[in-house]
Design a protein around this ligand. Structure first.
Ligand SMILES: *Cc1c(COP(=O)(O)O)cnc(C)c1O
Length: 409
């Protein structure tokens, strides 16, 4: 260790204040357990925001990290490397895609997807075909292009002129989408399950209808699977269970289990519109991240592991139903696989943060998705004993919130 003393208070002194982190400071993790700097333990239902899909400290990932860490971390894209080629082969073998571009985050994968869609449409159809259609409440990252495309205006406002040619429509409203998609449409970008927007699954008919309209008008269909991807919903990618194939798919979050990596996957014909020099990155596709992601994809594409996602998802829903019978706290529980949202009933409206804080005080890490939805995105291999122990703690937390609500009434 060093002689620099820090604690949660240090955050408020030295960090750019765009976050408001919890009052405790996590220090160590194993599987679905995390310990803070005081040695208190937490059951982890957040997975670092749908990232640590194989839990903390997975032995096979540690092995790859150490082995590749000993060999080569970074070389730059003037050279290729075997780990990135193996990762691209694996991803293209397992999906609709023929080609992969690697970046370091979800936002960068989406930035690449949107730029590629624009380039493709302008090359093929001319400069008028630039309209990007997106949906309200959607989240696609924090670069200026991706916040402008995202459906939460508060993230894009206050930074001056935004990229143009972007339209936002209501999610799951097929009639409005069919009305809007035209020969001017360059691309439609959609999350198969809106994650940050409140854990809202798309209606299958909505995605099918978008696919047909895109085909009719020569527009590209982009699935942002940054949160739903890499096994989260019970299939390797969510498009597989919807039976709707996109033209471009973006993936990040769980892809590196915490090592930052993102990817854009697409077909051969579309990929050809990104010629040498048209787009790029310094770190994207580095051998260290690629070797870890290759192992993640190998482990998560195992059908047995994916079956376990449904089992755990069902167990979480059963716990939530049982708790709801006691407290009537949830209006609706929804999601797919291990991306689950519990929307609060009117009596608890907009109090998701209170539930989150009470859970933390009882030794549970979880997520919210907006002010009114509690979100679960744990490890896909969370031990059932941890899941049950976690819900015993959550129940205590909810007892406290409900008790306080009863007193307040
Ligand atoms: C998290 C997320 C992003 C942004 O990913 P970053 O790695 O934070 O840039 C984009 N799209 C979706 C659907 C996400 O959930």
């Amino acid at each position: 260790m060093t002689d620099i003393n820090v604690n949660r208070g240090t955050f408020d002194e030295v960090m750019v204040p765009v976050f408001a982190p919890a009052s405790f400071v996590p220090d160590r993790g194993r599987g679905s357990r995390v310990w803070d700097t005081e040695g208190r333990d937490y059951v982890d239902f957040a997975g670092g925001i749908a990232v640590t899909a194989l839990g903390h400290g997975h032995p096979e990932l540690l092995k790859v990290l150490h082995e590749q860490g000993d060999k080569l971390w970074h070389i730059g894209n003037g050279y290729t490397n075997e780990p990135v080629l193996r990762l691209a082969k694996r991803l293209t073998d397992l999906t609709f895609a023929d080609r992969a571009f690697f970046a370091n985050s979800g936002a960068e994968a989406n930035e690449a997807a949107l730029k590629l869609a624009r380039r493709y449409a302008i090359d093929k159809f001319g400069p008028e075909k630039i309209e990007i259609i997106s949906f309200t409440q959607s989240f696609h990252g924090r670069t200026f292009f991706t916040v402008s495309v995202g459906g939460q205006p508060k993230y894009a406002e206050g930074f001056g002129p935004q990229p143009q040619g972007i339209r936002h429509l209501p999610y799951n409203d097929l009639a409005q989408a069919l009305d809007a998609i035209s020969d001017k449409t360059c691309a439609v970008i959609v999350e198969p399950v809106q994650g940050e927007g409140g854990v809202l699954p798309a209606d299958p008919a909505f995605l099918k209808g978008l696919r047909e309209a895109c085909d009719k008008h020569g527009a590209l269909l982009i699935f942002d699977e940054v949160q739903t991807g890499v096994g989260r919903t019970g299939t390797l990618y969510a498009y597989m269970q919807y039976g709707v194939t996109p033209d471009i798919l973006t993936t990040a979050k769980a892809l590196g289990n915490g090592f930052p990596i993102g990817a854009m996957l697409t077909t051969d014909a579309i990929a050809q519109h990104f010629k040498v020099g048209v787009h790029g990155t310094t770190y994207g596709g580095n051998p260290l991240g690629a070797s870890i992601a290759e192992k993640v994809v190998e482990l998560i594409s195992d059908p047995k592991l994916l079956e376990g996602v449904s089992v755990r998802g069902a167990a979480i829903r059963a716990h939530l139903e049982r708790i709801n019978e006691r407290f009537g706290m949830f209006r609706e529980v929804r999601g797919r696989g291990l991306l689950i949202g519990a929307e609060l009933a009117d009596a608890y409206k907009d109090r998701a943060k209170d539930v989150l804080n009470a859970a933390a005080a009882n030794g549970v890490i979880m997520l919210i998705a907006g002010p009114n939805v509690i979100r679960f995105a744990p490890s896909l291999i969370m031990p059932m004993a941890d899941l049950d122990e976690g819900f015993a703690r959550i129940e205590k937390a909810i007892e406290q919130v409900a008790g306080a609500a009863a007193v307040a009434r």
